[in-house]
Design a protein around this ligand. Structure first.
Ligand code: PHE
Ligand code: CA
Ligand code: ZN
Ligand code: ZN
Ligand code: ZN
Length: 297
């Protein structure tokens, strides 16, 4: 798998910051900064050779948008989806939540384009709208699929907040290895967790599980039995002493003290966490999508 240059991910974040600055300070659903963000990401993907499509939906009479980007080729009956929500809250520019996931998956997609890779699985990337209003875009997408289309999606990887300034290294707990909380994900989710865990082990970064508690866009996928996984560097919860010992950073302080706030700017990013997560995404996409034909993942 390629090493994703974090400077290229940061450049997308800079562009999203400029978009917020030029559009009233946010990139929220129904606001001009959201559509400008979508147009920016779409332009990047079109230039990289993806087939892009905008899916519209409405939330209480306002129009929302998802962006889907397909990479031609691979087994059409064996689809890997990779997604991030692109909308933010109205309070601020939403650079960690969720410019970070949006930019990281964009740079992985651009790398696929640049290398003109020929995956064995079909790859589809998604940037969701209206996550902050209750996973509205991702739910609309999953509900819009026919049973046949739905059954072709073998895995969904979600990236929401992957550059938290007081970062933790969390993997969605597909196997419910701690035996508590929301329970395991659909069959195959354990395997997705292992693939991501393998990457972090290779760079000697310990990880912890985080429950499928329904707070991000994997929710509608697991609700219909699609295997899901992904990474997360923490939101409003505070880092414990034990977590600060293994990961560094500040015990007793939120993983993201600027969560849903006006200070969620370019300065609200741990570049090391962003870099590791971008590389973890590339590792997972390459491991799953370039596997021998016929092998699920
Ligand atoms: N989805 C939440 C938000 O956008 C943040 C979050 C992500 C919480 C992942 C838990 C797990 O505000
Ligand atoms: Ca890197
Ligand atoms: Zn949020
Ligand atoms: Zn989020
Ligand atoms: Zn686990």
């Amino acid at each position: 798998p390629p090493d994703i240059p974090v400077a290229d991910v940061q450049e997308h974040l800079r562009q999203l910051q400029v978009i917020a600055d030029n559009n009233g300070g946010n990139r929220a659903h129904g606001r001009p900064g959201f559509k400008a963000s979508l147009d920016y990401i779409k332009g990047q993907l079109d230039a990289a050779g993806f087939q892009t499509a905008i899916q519209r939906f409405t939330v209480n009479g306002t129009t929302g948008y998802n962006l889907l980007a397909d990479w031609s080729g691979g087994d059409p009956n064996n689809v890997l989806m990779v997604g991030a929500h692109l909308d933010g809250v109205r309070a601020g520019p939403g650079i960690n939540d969720n410019g970070s996931g949006s930019a990281a998956i964009l740079e992985v997609a651009r790398t696929i384009g640049r290398q003109n890779v020929k995956p064995t699985k079909h790859l589809r990337f998604a940037w969701w709208g209206a996550e902050e209003l209750g996973l509205r875009g991702s739910r609309h997408y999953v509900n819009s699929l026919t049973r046949t289309e739905r059954s072709k999606i073998k895995a969904y990887l979600n990236f929401d907040m992957v550059g938290s300034p007081n970062a933790g290294y969390f993997l969605y707990d597909g196997d419910n290895s701690d035996g508590v909380g929301a329970g395991p994900g659909p069959a195959g989710s354990d395997r997705l967790e292992r693939i991501l865990e393998d990457y972090f082990r290779s760079i000697n970064v310990p990880t912890e599980g985080t429950d499928f508690d329904g707070r991000s866009d994997y929710g509608p996928f697991i609700a219909v039995g699609i295997a899901a996984g992904g990474t997360f560097t923490g939101a409003e919860k505070r880092k414990s002493t034990a977590q600060a010992q293994k990961w560094g950073g500040r015990a007793g302080v939120a993983f993201d003290p600027c969560y849903h706030s006006s200070c969620d700017t370019m300065r609200n990013i741990d570049v090391t966490a962003l870099d590791r997560n971008a590389d973890a995404i590339a590792h997972a996409v390459w491991t799953i999508a370039m596997a021998q034909p016929g092998k699920r993942f």
